[in-house]
Design a protein around this ligand. Sequence first.
Ligand code: PHE
Length: 338
Amino acid sequence: MLKKIDRIRLELANEVLNSSASREDYRVRYLGSKGLLKELYQEFKSVASEEKREIGLALNQLKQAIEERLETAGTNDEAPKQQKEINDVTRPASTETVGTLHPLHLITQEIISIFERIGFTQSEGPEIEDDWHNFSALNFPADHPARDMQDTFFLDTPFNQFSLRTHTSSVQVRVMESSTMPVRTISAGRVYRNEAISARAHCFFHQIEGLYIDEEVTMADLKQTLDYFAKALFGPEVHIRLRPSYFPFTEPSAEVDVSCSLCQGSGCNVCKYTGWLEILGCGMVDPNVLSSCGIDAKKYTGFAFGMGVERIAQLKYRVNDLRLYSENDLRFLQQFHL
Ligand code: PHE
């Protein structure tokens, strides 16, 4: 019987106990009511009394070894270990990281909803544009600097036919060509300029452009629309002023300033002590542009305006480095919530 006990002890080491099923099988075979140990204790009863001491000891040791094998198998393998961790009720709860919307997206949505409230639709156009939509239809003279490689990313195609759009005004052209009058639409999107990247300039940025064409649209309509917009975005206490400017596609043209909402116009370092912050360019659509797009310039007039989304975000969020918007630094992005 001693030999038998020894053999069983040696066999124990070969038992594979890596799942709850194999452990249960082991338990039944060795420790169950019809298991090996039970059988051995049965056999032990008929052992001669002078051998009882020695064999009894070996049998008890075997029992211990069988039980130990089962206990340690549990702690050595993966599944029960995980089980233990999950059951640790004192462990701090794991935190889920919830993403945030990009600040430029938030501002864009806010601006779009302001114009939607007064009946503007949304329109889109391609980022790769042909010369006609980005320049020619918009009255850009042949020698305009924007047509230069220094300022515009041209695609490697014959005659510099295609470029990355330099402004969303190209969408205006597409809308004017394909719509029946009147039109009242805004278009938001990414634009590209061949600039060295710094805190104040980037090779791409975002614009929102507005266009309204109908009979008898005047500069007064433009001014009122922009006044409504500025108050909706920056607060009811701000006002705007228009300064004469020049764009090839509008005549007359103006640049628009909004009174500094930080110092209420009295002068601070954000408005560089002028009391005003420049926010956009605008003007009455040049009759040449209307004609180029197949619109009767004697019957219809219109206004257009365009603004840089980063510029507006800079004023609203006080972000002074343009590069932050495209670096994907979570410490920056997580500061913006709806
Ligand atoms: N497209 C002009 C720009 O990129 C902005 C603008 C749009 C000005 C519409 C006037 C009218 O600077």
